[in-house]
Design a protein around this ligand. Sequence first.
Ligand SMILES: [Zn+2]
Length: 170
Amino acid sequence: MSKTLQIEVDPLLCASQERIITGQLPYGELKQIQQDIDVSSSPISVDLMFSRVGKFVVLTGRISSNLVLQCAACLELTDITVDIDVKLALINNEDRLSLVPDGYEPYLFEGDRLLMSELIESEVVLVLPSIARHDVCPIELPNSSTSKDFMSEAEVKKNPFEALANFKKH
Ligand SMILES: [Zn+2]
């Protein structure tokens, strides 16, 4: 059964127990990115472990999902694969920012409790494109399909490939 990730944990205690956090964050529980993604997006899957590196509490593991966003060009939906290799040093004191161990990204939180869902979403926000676009849109773009300029431009673009194909034959 899937456990909720809307949980507040004590990072120090979790580190001493080497606690593992696994589960899924469904669309309905998203707070920061819900408006940016489509309801057909997969839940965000997490497999994370607390531990210690020196005096730091670190969180390592994976955050992954297949999110669905609207393409800014054609307005159809486009899939974005999220696969984050998590290596965070958890700090609640900015003075320690410069001491974060090599290879770890600092994650600043307030107080002594950490809301897992908030951390997970914050990490996904970092990799989400500010403007989603297909590499190649599956449909003709509405603002150019009837334009003669677009047609001629498409023909011009086609030619180099034909030339190349002919060249290879000889
Ligand atoms: Zn598109």
